[in-house]
Ligand binder design. Structure first.
Ligand SMILES: Cc1cc2nc3c(=O)[nH]c(=O)nc-3n(C[C@H](O)[C@H](O)[C@H](O)COP(=O)(O)OP(=O)(O)OC[C@H]3O[C@@H](n4cnc5c(N)ncnc54)[C@H](O)[C@@H]3O)c2cc1C
Length: 392
């Protein structure tokens, strides 16, 4: 019997497991496959150091600038070397296993090659989860169940907290880690917004490697084919100029969905259950950045669980503190405001976005706010929106 069972050892699940284990609780961290590399750009903003100071000792690639392009290639660059901490570009395989190791060192029990698929129930209550393993079926019983197994979660649907994703609620993205001579500025990440709801990225990595990819948001998934826009992105002459050679080695390639509507406030908790990370919508609706917010959701869910276990009350009355935690409310509010800007940004084939970038070319204050919105999921201020609306 565990105090807490966590399904999914991504960034959200690992942080949650670490905090619970550190406080002396028995935690089962269930993972389908620790050798799976989550399809991801791997850009992690500097806020991560607050939650994982250990990352400073690692040799992940460091970034201190961003260049953002609109569909018509208006662009601006922002460097933060002397203003704030560096961000990281990581290989998710190495990064996720690093975070898992921290959870295990704190005392969590990691069960690899376990695919969770259903709950164990008794008298209409959830008392654990069932997983598929190579030799059959395994059962884990626990007082609280935390679902952190990402977009494809079966448990989230079976819990009744989350219905099947609708197309307008998700983005779809494809990316690759490539290697070869390139002209990318090693300290700068580049984002390329499109005339439809979508974006591409070029993220430099160590040596001659880089992560390139693109995504489509919401209903535009019905109008555009991901594989096609991915090919077009790579072959775009504006992109090709970074890659003067003919041959580039593809080290790895993958595609995956991500939530695009912000935090799913109605799906966060129930009796003895909480949803964290991607499956709960902790991803910026405009930039697709979700690693840091997922870690924060894992931390707050762990603190909520600790409080519930100490009170010996794991009912939804106690677990609602997760949703109403000030940090979660701040993230949720920020994503809501950003979401309201997404439609506006992409209106008239992305012309509003071009307008933003034009203002950013001459207005330092506006540029900084724009960067904070894209990079740190900060809510745009009223001044920012007024300025945008008044710009011809
Ligand atoms: C293509 C793409 C690019 C992205 N780029 C960025 C980026 O550059 N920066 C950024 O911050 N965010 C990015 N994101 C978002 C980011 O990947 C997620 O927000 C983040 O990984 C969420 O963490 P998580 O722990 O909630 O879920 P995940 O990282 O998805 O982890 C879920 C874990 O659960 C496991 N699992 C799944 N199903 C089961 C099961 N049935 N049983 C047991 N275990 C299971 C998985 O193996 C995985 O380890 C991107 C997303 C995509 C799709």
């Amino acid at each position: 019997m565990y105090d807490v069972i966590i399904s999914g050892a991504g960034p959200a699940g690992s942080k949650c497991a670490e905090i619970l284990a550190k406080s002396g609780f028995n935690v089962a961290l269930i993972e389908k496959d620790t050798s799976w590399r989550k399809p991801c750009g791997g850009a992690v903003n500097s806020r991560i150091f607050k939650y994982y100071p250990q990352l400073r000792r690692m040799d992940f690639h460091r970034i201190n600038g961003i260049k953002i392009y609109s569909a018509d290639f208006h662009n601006f660059e922002y460097r933060w070397r002397d203003i704030m901490d560096y961000s990281l570009h990581v290989d998710r395989l190495k990064f996720d296993n690093f975070l898992r190791d921290i959870a295990v060192d704190a005392g969590a029990e990691l069960f690899d090659n376990n695919l969770s698929y259903d709950f164990i129930t008794k008298e209409n209550s959830r008392i654990g989860i069932k997983t598929k393993i190579s030799s059959g079926i395994q059962e884990y019983k626990g007082k609280i169940i935390i679902i952190a197994d990402g977009m494809s979660s079966k448990l989230a649907r079976k819990s009744g907290l989350k219905k099947q994703w609708k197309i307008e609620e998700i983005g779809n993205a494809k990316c690759a880690i490539m290697e070869g001579e390139n002209n990318l500025d090693k300290e700068v990440m580049s984002l390329f917004f499109k005339s439809y709801k979508g974006y591409g990225w070029l993220f430099p990595l160590e040596d001659n490697k880089f992560n390139m990819g693109c995504g489509i948001i919401g209903e535009d998934n019905l109008k555009y084919n991901l594989n096609q826009i991915y090919r077009e992105f790579w072959n775009d002459p504006n992109i090709k100029k970074f890659f003067p050679k003919k041959n580039y080695r593809k080290i790895w390639e993958g595609a995956y969905p991500l939530p695009s509507q912000g935090v799913l406030e109605k799906s966060l908790y129930g009796d003895n259950i909480m949803l964290i990370g991607d499956i709960a919508g902790f991803v910026s609706p405009i930039s697709g950045e979700g690693i840091c917010a997922s870690v924060v959701s894992g931390k707050v869910a762990a603190e909520t669980a600790i409080n519930a276990l100490e009170k010996e009350d794991v009912s939804k009355q106690t677990l609602k503190n997760y949703k109403f935690n000030p940090t979660i409310k701040k993230i949720s509010r920020g994503f809501k405001l950003t979401l309201s800007l997404v439609d506006f940004c992409f209106e008239n084939q992305g012309q509003n976005l071009s307008k933003m970038f034009k203002i950013a070319e001459y207005d330092d204050d506006f540029r900084e706010k724009l960067v904070n919105m894209f990079l740190f999921s900060e809510a745009p201020s009223k001044d920012f929106i007024m300025k945008l609306k008044s710009e011809k």
